[in-house]
Ligand binder design. Sequence first.
Ligand SMILES: [Zn+2]
Length: 65
Amino acid sequence: MALSNSYRTCPNCGTEIPAEAQVCPNCGEPLPPQSAKAWFKNLNAAEIFLLILGSIMLLIGLVAV
Ligand SMILES: [Zn+2]
């Protein structure tokens, strides 16, 4: 998966569409956000906190073993 690409392919009709598009302009298929940045933007403060906390716990777990 190449996140740096500015284009991606619609999973429904196969049309090349802009990576930032949320809906396919050809068939109207709703598309999940592709970039990690867009995904991160959808998180609220509590989810970001839990994500960071989970990462730290995982890191501690890996170091401790
Ligand atoms: Zn499509």
